[in-house]
Write a protein that binds this ligand. Structure first.
Ligand SMILES: Cc1cc2nc3c(=O)[nH]c(=O)nc-3n(C[C@H](O)[C@H](O)[C@H](O)COP(=O)(O)OP(=O)(O)OC[C@H]3O[C@@H](n4cnc5c(N)ncnc54)[C@H](O)[C@@H]3O)c2cc1C
Length: 459
């Protein structure tokens, strides 16, 4: 909802600013005049080219700003995972509007074929020092457009490129953006630089360009990175899918975290930072003999890199950790009943939230109302985390009533299973996309339900 609202508000602001600089009648009627000149069609084409171009570059500027991982964006958008979701949808929106921009430009062939060139407006005046760059700016824009489409395609069609390689390719986006900024500045009509559109677009292009340079310099999140060390490693259970528990000793610079937050962790310099939930409550693990506070990660071998971690990590190894981020803190509305739904590795934020409810926990910030927790696991008999979840629920204060669904025993959670909880619900969900979507769809029908989701996918 917040994502749709943010996207809608952004496009509306650009559209309103554009409306202030175009003639009130748009000059499109009649589409074809008495002499057979398609003046109206040419004007319509012109307006479409400009408006879709403004939308596209405006959305791209927003995508660049969102990629900066600015902590103050977490509150309005509901956490850094949601900031990334918005970044993804803004990128898709930028590509869709770029397709419309390209289509409008290409429509000249059809208009010419049907009605001829008569009525086609002359080129608009542009910034005087860029008048001679028209041809170059057009070609640059066209090539950048093709590359942008390819980038969105490989982002959405995930099988085409594994995440690791996609990430490297994706790092070229700021360069593409800078090329498109040149295209926009060189071809935007002089009249568009008038207020309010000139101020809006000038500001967006300047901020977006600064963000692109910041990203190319590798400065994103730099000030929130801390040098930690691996204190201990424990393989939980046996078998290829056994999760790895990593205990980290944190430096004095670490600002601390709230239960339910996550961090970007880089174990190896050659590998990008991966997001992992901090699966312990603040202070729950105490400190090591050197007085360094400890925190815990629980990592499931879900992909190419995480599958190799068990053999590649060792105690004493240096680790870069950036954060903390996220607002998955189970602080809901007092008038709603709290329901937690954890599935698979999505249990990690709940481990921290449960620890925050243990007697004597520092600050006891795991929420003040009783909770019903639904935990979905592949096989309850083999789940190495289940005993811990049960023990934490048994001692939680305020109480947490636990229900376990074991897929191996044919027990699958259905959204209707939450109905028994009665009244308006505050649902905190972390788990697979499919179950989250089913909960969302059910909650939309049961209006008083509200679903808070932690998204484990950033692509
Ligand atoms: C907010 C958040 C919290 C998470 N908490 C946990 C946790 O507590 N325990 C746990 O086991 N897993 C957690 N994950 C998932 C974990 O980040 C991925 O499983 C891991 O990064 C996969 O890496 P891979 O190279 O092994 O997998 P790959 O096969 O390369 O990728 C699988 C998928 O993992 C995601 N991914 C991979 N690399 C990155 C990256 N560098 N940055 C962002 N996403 C990436 C992508 O969506 C990708 O499609 C969390 C993810 C998010 C977004």
């Amino acid at each position: 909802m917040r994502i749709k609202a943010a996207l809608g508000a952004w496009l509306l602001a650009i559209t309103l600013a554009w409306l202030a600089v175009v003639p009130p009648d748009f000059g499109v009627a009649p589409l074809v005049d008495a002499q057979g000149a398609a003046t109206g069609w040419w004007q319509l084409r012109q307006h479409t080219i400009y408006l879709t171009g403004l939308w596209s570059i405006g959305l791209m500027s927003l995508a660049l700003l969102l990629a900066l991982r600015l902590p103050w964006l977490e509150r309005p958008l509901g956490g850094m995972d949601q900031v990334y979701r918005l970044h993804k949808w803004v990128g898709i929106g930028a590509a869709a509007t770029a397709v419309a921009h390209w289509g409008a430009k290409e429509s000249s062939g059809w208009i010419k074929a049907l009605w001829g060139r008569a009525g086609k407006p002359a080129h608009d005046a542009v910034l005087p020092w860029l008048t001679d760059s028209r041809g170059f700016a057009k070609d640059l824009g066209e090539w950048a457009f093709y590359l942008l489409l390819a980038m969105v395609l490989i982002t959405l069609w995930q099988r085409l490129l594994p995440y690791r390689r996609w990430r490297i390719v994706h790092r070229a986006m700021p360069l593409l953006y800078l090329a498109l900024v040149f295209h926009a500045v060189a071809l935007m009509p002089l009249a568009f630089w008038a207020l309010p559109l000139g101020l809006l677009m000038g500001g967006l292009l300047a901020l977006g360009s600064a963000a692109a340079l910041w990203s190319l310099a590798g400065w994103i999140g730099l000030r929130r990175q801390h040098a930690a060390r691996i204190e201990a490693l424990t393989l939980l259970g046996s078998g290829a899918d056994a999760p790895l528990e990593v205990t980290l000793a944190m430096p004095p610079s670490w600002p601390g975290h709230r239960a339910g937050q996550f961090a970007f962790v880089r174990f190896h310099a050659a590998e990008g930072a991966h997001p992992f939930t901090i699966a312990s409550a603040p202070g729950a693990l105490g400190a090591n003999t050197r007085g360094e506070p400890l925190l815990r990660l629980v990592i499931k071998p879900l992909g190419d890199y995480t599958r190799t971690l068990h053999g590649r990590l060792h105690a004493g190894q240096g680790v870069s950790i950036e954060g903390p981020y996220g607002r998955f803190d189970a602080r809901g509305h007092a008038a709603r009943r709290q329901v937690w739904v954890a599935a698979g590795v999505g249990v990690t934020p709940f481990l921290a939230l449960l620890e925050a409810r243990q007697p004597g926990a520092a600050g006891r910030r795991g929420g003040s109302a009783p909770v019903q927790m639904h935990y979905c696991t592949r096989d309850a008999q083999r789940d190495p985390l289940l005993a811990r979840v049960q023990a934490l629920c048994a001692q939680a204060e305020p109480p947490v009533e636990l229900r376990v669904y074991s897929q191996a025993q044919g027990q699958l959670l259905q959204p209707q299973d939450l109905e028994g909880s009665g009244g308006p619900l505050d649902i905190w969900f972390c788990g697979p996309q499919g179950l989250g979507d089913a909960l969302d769809a059910h909650a939309a029908r049961r209006r008083p339900w509200r679903v808070h989701r932690e998204s484990f996918a950033m692509r």
